[in-house]
Design a protein around this ligand. Sequence first.
Ligand code: NI
Length: 169
Amino acid sequence: MLRQRADEVTDIDSRLVQLCDDMLETMYEAPGLGLAAPQVGVQKRFFVYDLGAGDGSQVLINPTITESDGEWEYYEGCLSVPGLGFDIVRPKTVHITGVDLDGNEVSIEADELLARLFQHELDHLDGVLLLDHLDDDQRKEAKKALRKRVMAEPVQEDLETSGSFLKFR
Ligand code: NI
């Protein structure tokens, strides 16, 4: 599921609103800054997020990054690879467009952490995982750590472990 490209949202209905509420609850419990629909088994192009900057919870539907610029390294984690984080370089700023839950067009110039969050969640909609961004050494380290964990404890399949978040170091 996490490897597929999710489909565009065609209807913003009460089911979608409810689903966003549920996802936000899961995200805050994790705790995480963002959660994409494919991470809760829904193959649709939207995600919820809250940077904790006082803007409250947000939903972005059918997002597209139209421009990106610069380079920024950030220690990034994802509950799809629980407990692991890596310094990953991505564009520093992005211009993202999409639609909100009221069907209004949204256009956001994002920098640093918000830009990183958008790129991370958009990856989930495209079936791209954090591991795909690692260099060879980082990937080796990640696989070793994951193997150790699998041997140490049973794999949990609940929502919490498949949630997405960006870590603060
Ligand atoms: Ni994630």
